[in-house]
Design a protein. Sequence first.
Lengths: 216, 216
Amino acid sequence: MADSKRQPKFRRRAEARPDEVLDAALDLFIEKGFAATRVADIAARAGLSKGAVYLYFESKEAVLEALVRRALAPIAEQMSLLSHAEDAHPRAAIEMLLRLIAGRAMDPKVAAVPKIIMAEVGNFPALAKLYRRQVLDMAMPVVTGLIERGVKMGVFRPVDPEFTLRSVIGPVIAHVLLHQIFGIGEGLDAHLDRFIDNHIDVLMNGLAASGGSANG
Amino acid sequence: MADSKRQPKFRRRAEARPDEVLDAALDLFIEKGFAATRVADIAARAGLSKGAVYLYFESKEAVLEALVRRALAPIAEQMSLLSHAEDAHPRAAIEMLLRLIAGRAMDPKVAAVPKIIMAEVGNFPALAKLYRRQVLDMAMPVVTGLIERGVKMGVFRPVDPEFTLRSVIGPVIAHVLLHQIFGIGEGLDAHLDRFIDNHIDVLMNGLAASGGSANG
DNA sequence: CGTTAATAACTAACCGGTCATTTATTTACA
DNA sequence: TGTAAATAAATGACCGGTTAGTTATTAACG
């Protein structure tokens, strides 16, 4: 009151606002889900008023879509990286790929997006299509191609690439789900590398002991 | 009005109502998620009025919890089956287990429950605990035990059972997710057996060609 | 000062949950 | 067995709280 330095009660920062809103929305969608998050909450966390959110986004749904788009962009970049990896030895490429995916997927901010999509796919089928087109349709062919090439080169046994894709990424998904959703293997956080080691070991060499009767 | 046969506008069927409500709720939660489903919708699909739903359930949330409980009951039975399987050869037991899980998990009604849990875990942490206690804490030790025994018997190579669990079930989860959420491998529906065959082949024998340098 | 970012108060609609009332079914009894 | 009283099941209108989206107004700042 006696203070002469009246700092303004808000700043005009049109450039930075949209990203800040998306940051806040991501946090809240992770915490409470899309439906349970109020636009007012997003605004509050982003440090502006609810009305201001509507200066930058058409609707609450539009916030979600923008959020997903923004999260997907870097993944598209990763994919171009993976395309380079095609030159490498299939085994080494898959190993690199798995470590890359696992490392990123264990970051809650990254894991959250597929989780939100799974949760909201019923309400917004467009989200599933977006994710499928921007991520899956780019990533999956890279992996199946890698497997296919490995088979042709004779470094992999003759397996079905489409099916085997699931054997490559599935364990990582399982690991992330158990951890993120159910809090299982909490202490294993630091042991992510060891999990990947184990996964690659099993994936490449199989479970069966070499001496045993292993064929189906 | 001219009709002499006045069929009643409702029937008293207190026995059947709760299950019918849960059936309807499951359908709708699958379609639209928990938050987006109105109690009136549930009632309409179950063929009674909204008020009647509250004769049988305390709240909308109580409907969800009852739904999960009902879905979990048969799984607990399955687990006792699995306990029997421990007597069998670890390899055969795992194979049987995988075919069992995959067959059930591809049924949308069954797959829906974990999906709903994943979606609503933010709002209702109790659900995750329920699922963890009633399913995971029962199922996971069976599998890790199986792996452990296989290692001790020498039919499996020395792997970490906790980590390898993820290699066993992960591919099935991936398959179900790709199919249920993103509609990938739609035509592969009939090929579930072939997917499991491929998974077991890779799981047991590994990807690496026998001649190659496969060790990490 | 004029433009525009931002606010704060507002509206309208929706939806979970309640309850007074109606209808179906069962029971008591002549 | 026929009928009326009793009970249980079900309805549907309603209430109150919540919240997405709007708008009149104000404040920042070049």
